[in-house]
Design a protein around this ligand. Structure first.
Ligand SMILES: [Zn+2]
Length: 303
C-alpha cells in the first residue's frame, strides 16, 4: 500500500491500566513505521481518564518500555512527572465538557445499575431502558448515553479508500459520560485526537467498534476535524496466537521479559513468534514489516 495522502501526525495512545504487553508492541511498531514512512510526528498520549484503573506504576512502565524497545515519539511527555504536570487528560476536562455540552440534545440520562443492565441486555446490547424516562441530565450518579441510530458512517482508510458502515449493535446507546461525571473513552479519545491534530489513527482491529462510535459522535459535533482522520486497523497478535492476551497476564508483559534479562531484540522476536513467524527480529521497523497473520490486510473482515 502506498497512499498518496500525506499525514502529519499520528499517536501512540496506551491506557495505564496494566503493564504493556506484546500486543501493544505490535501496535506501536506499526505506528512508528507509518510515522517514519510519512515523516509524520508521533504524539505519545496516555489515556488516563479511567480514574479507577489508571495507576502511576503503569505510567512509569510506558516510559520504561518505550525506551527499552527504542520506540520513538516526537511529541508529548518524556517522563511521568511531565505527564502529570502537563499531559494528563485531567488538564483537558474543559475540552471534554465543551463537547458534552454540544452533545446534550443527543443524549439521555441512565441510572441503571450494572446488574440491571446485565439482566436486561440481550446479547450485551443495552435495550434503551432509560431512553424515555426523562431523567434530568444533572442528576448525580447518572451516566449519559447517546441516542444512536443507523446512520451511515464514513471511514477513511489508509489505502486511500473509504468504508461505509453503521454503528455495531453492541454500541447502541453507548455511554459518553460516565456515572462519576468523567467523559467516557469514546469521547475523550476523539476530542484529544481532534485537539492535537491527529490525522492518522493506528489501532488494532478490536477497536473497530470504537472507531465507528467515535465517528458517530463526530457527526454530532459540527466542524470536528475528527471525521477527516484516516484509520489504519491492524490485525491483532492474538489472532495468530489463538488466545486472548490479557493486559493483566504478567506472562506477556514486556516488564516481565525485561526483568528476566531478555533484550529488546528478544522481545521483538517473541512478538513475531506470536504472529506465527519464527525469525529473529531486532527492532520495530522489522516487526512492522512482517506480513500480517493469515495474510489479512488492515481492513479484511471489518464490515
Ligand atoms: Zn438505563
Amino acid at each position: 500500500m502506498s497512499p498518496a495522502s500525506a499525514f502529519h501526525k499520528t499517536r501512540i495512545a496506551p491506557t495505564p491500566s496494566g503493564f504493556l504487553h506484546l500486543g501493544n508492541i505490535l501496535s506501536f511498531a506499526i505506528t512508528a513505521d507509518l510515522a517514519d514512512r510519512h515523516h509524520a510526528a508521533t504524539l505519545l498520549r496516555i489515556d488516563d481518564m479511567d480514574r479507577d484503573r489508571a495507576d502511576q506504576k503503569y505510567i512509569d512502565d510506558i516510559f520504561e518500555t518505550l525506551r527499552f524497545l527504542a520506540i520513538p515519539w516526537t511529541e508529548g511527555p518524556r517522563s511521568t512527572s511531565e505527564f502529570q504536570q502537563s499531559y494528563s487528560q485531567l488538564h483537558r476536562l474543559r475540552h471534554y465538557e465543551q463537547a458534552l455540552e454540544q452533545l446534550k440534545p443527543h443524549v439521555f440520562a441512565c441510572n441503571c445499575s450494572r446488574a440491571q443492565i446485565a439482566r436486561e441486555s440481550v446479547n450485551g446490547v443495552y435495550p434503551g431502558t432509560c431512553l424515555h424516562k426523562n431523567i434530568p441530565l444533572d442528576t448525580p450518579g447518572v451516566s449519559w448515553r447517546l441516542i444512536t441510530d443507523s446512520r451511515e458512517l464514513t471511514v477513511n482508510t489508509y489505502d486511500n479508500g473509504v468504508l461505509k458502515a453503521t454503528l455495531p449493535a453492541d454500541m447502541q446507546y453507548f455511554v459518553i459520560r460516565r456515572k462519576d461525571g468523567f467523559p467516557a473513552y469514546q469521547l475523550s479519545s476523539l476530542v484529544d485526537d481532534a485537539l492535537y491534530g491527529i490525522d492518522l489513527i493506528v489501532r488494532g482491529r478490536d477497536l473497530w467498534p470504537s472507531t465507528l462510535a467515535q465517528l458517530f459522535v463526530a457527526t454530532l459535533l459540527p466542524g470536528s476535524r475528527f471525521t477527516n482522520s484516516t484509520f489504519y486497523h491492524h490485525a491483532l497478535i492474538t489472532e495468530a496466537a489463538g488466545e486472548k492476551l490479557s493486559k493483566s497476564a504478567g506472562a506477556t508483559s514486556i516488564q516481565h521479559f525485561r526483568k528476566e534479562g531478555h533484550t529488546a531484540a528478544d522481545v521483538y522476536s517473541m512478538a513475531a513468534g506470536m504472529l506465527g513467524i519464527h525469525t529473529e527480529v531486532s527492532n520495530w521497523k522489522e516487526l512492522a514489516a512482517l506480513p500480517p497473520p493469515n495474510g489479512s490486510g488492515p481492513y479484511a473482515a471489518l464490515t
